[in-house]
Design a protein around this ligand. Sequence first.
Ligand SMILES: [Zn+2]
Length: 257
Amino acid sequence: MNAPSARRGGLEVWAPSVVPPIGVDLTHEQALAIAFRHLAACGFAENMAGHITWQLDGGTDMLVNPWGLWWQELTASDICVVDSDASVIRGRWDVTPAIHIHTELHRLREDARVVIHNHPYYVCVLAALGVLPELVHQTGALFLDDMCLVPEYDGEVDSPSRAADLATRIGSANLTILANHGVLVTGRSLAEAVYRAASIERVCKLAYDVMLTGRQPSQMSWSDMAGMKKSLVERAADVYWAGAARMTIKADPDVLS
Ligand SMILES: [Zn+2]
């Protein structure tokens, strides 16, 4: 049997002639602070847990949040820089050993410029059940053939060797659910990773609510989902990010300080 072909999607079908801009030029630190605040506002962050790391193109150092600050209070000047082994080389604060989840994934995955980890509530409901979300809505197409489940919990990932083992298990997936723990999201850009992170919590909430009905959800075809996935990655991620940035700055311009 031939493999099904993906329906066309993304920029080859339609590209906007113009899109609303963020309106200000952001430094990398300002953009990252906005990403933390936005995802906290989406319910993605469990108080001060988790990290976002951003390895700029061509480099191995990473921008990251320090230990002890909540995602919703971060400002650009709080952002630290660590080297590829997680030693702090710039910034006022320290980082936890849990950052090795990120350093080892960056080391293995050239495409993962941004790695996001936290414990969003509905992701954690499914993580407690040890399952991936069933993709029951078109936005779920974003995660088509791109999810990994690490089905057993084995304690804190607090050393480079444990993190390297985890990174190997994740392989090329951009979305990994860790049983009894949380989620890891990767992206080629900050916009792409933030869009996936914001989307996965809603995808898991929807999947959970559909499970509660006890009824079989209507199915989408792989081909239609593959076309939709392309559209979401190529068209939606950057535009989503620009809107998230505008609204976050408007809510509290101090995020840029
Ligand atoms: Zn965690």
